[in-house]
Design a protein around this ligand. Structure first.
Ligand code: PGA
Length: 252
């Protein structure tokens, strides 16, 4: 049985103080709610330490939104995996479509980051997804298939709980246009098939595949009721405690 994950991707939002206030509020709501899913918040780099400290001892895990694959060195502006684990981060979001579009990340660089995350004990959340043009041209499976095979090239799975995939159709991110549960399930099932082929029945069926793209409290239940949708990567609705908590409650 795969345990669902609800992960917030805060993008370039919230200072350290705002992060602490958010985590404190969420923490007190979660204490009485006892949710059945894993809960992650994803503050920007500058608020990770504050977020980890505020979440310490609770069920809330902290994810970084990116990292570089090298351990240390002359890489101005970059952050290493070890710097994230030293703060207490458990997860790292990799290959988000905004990083691919604005910062030219490729499947190859995502692949290097996935391996470096695993070597350093971080759980990667690997994002894949097609653009609207690709969907309209009938290239969704092709695009997502290449992102999975490139991003996970020579990536091993010894514990299926320690690698997470997020399917995020680019046309659904920040647009209010969620994929229907059928549209999402169709791609999730395709990804599942690729993962089972790569990692065997046990490995592939144990991996969590999250859906991302305009997830809100009122569309969560429909999406999460589908067999291959194991949680959500939430952007806009993860910035307000009530909305984010509402999504967690819909899953529980
Ligand atoms: P959104 O973002 O929920 O605001 O659409 C999701 C994401 O980019 O991870």
């Amino acid at each position: 049985m795969r345990k669902a994950i609800i992960a917030g991707n805060w993008k370039m939002h919230k200072t350290a103080d705002e992060t602490v206030a958010f985590v404190k509020q969420l923490r007190s709501k979660l204490e009485s709610a006892n949710p059945s899913c894993e809960v992650l918040v994803g503050p920007p780099f500058t608020a990770l330490q504050a977020g980890c400290e505020a979440a310490d001892g609770s069920i809330i895990g902290v994810a970084a939104q990116n990292m570089y694959w090298e351990t240390s060195g002359a890489f101005t502006g970059e952050i290493s995996p070890g710097m994230l684990t030293a703060l207490g981060c458990s997860h790292v979001i990799l290959g988000h479509s905004e990083r691919r579009a604005y910062f030219l990340e490729s499947d190859d660089s995502v692949n290097k980051k996935v391996k470096a995350a695993q070597e350093n004990g971080l759980i990667p959340i690997v994002c894949v997804g097609e653009t609207l043009e690709e969907r309209e041209r009938g290239e969704t499976f092709d695009r997502v298939g290449r992102q999975i095979s490139g991003g996970l090239d020579k990536v091993e799975v010894t514990d299926p709980e320690r690698l997470v995939i997020a399917y995020e159709p680019v046309w659904a991110i920040g647009t209010g246009k969620t994929a229907t549960p059928d549209q999402a399930q169709e791609v999730h099932a395709f990804i599942r098939e690729l993962l089972v082929r790569k990692y065997g029945e046990e490995g592939g069926s144990g991996l969590r595949i999250l859906y991302g793209g305009s997830v809100k409290p009122d569309n969560t239940k429909g999406l999460m009721s589908r067999p291959d949708i194991d949680g959500g990567l939430v952007g806009g609705a993860s910035l307000k405690v009530d909305d984010f908590f509402g999504i967690i409650q819909e899953v529980s």
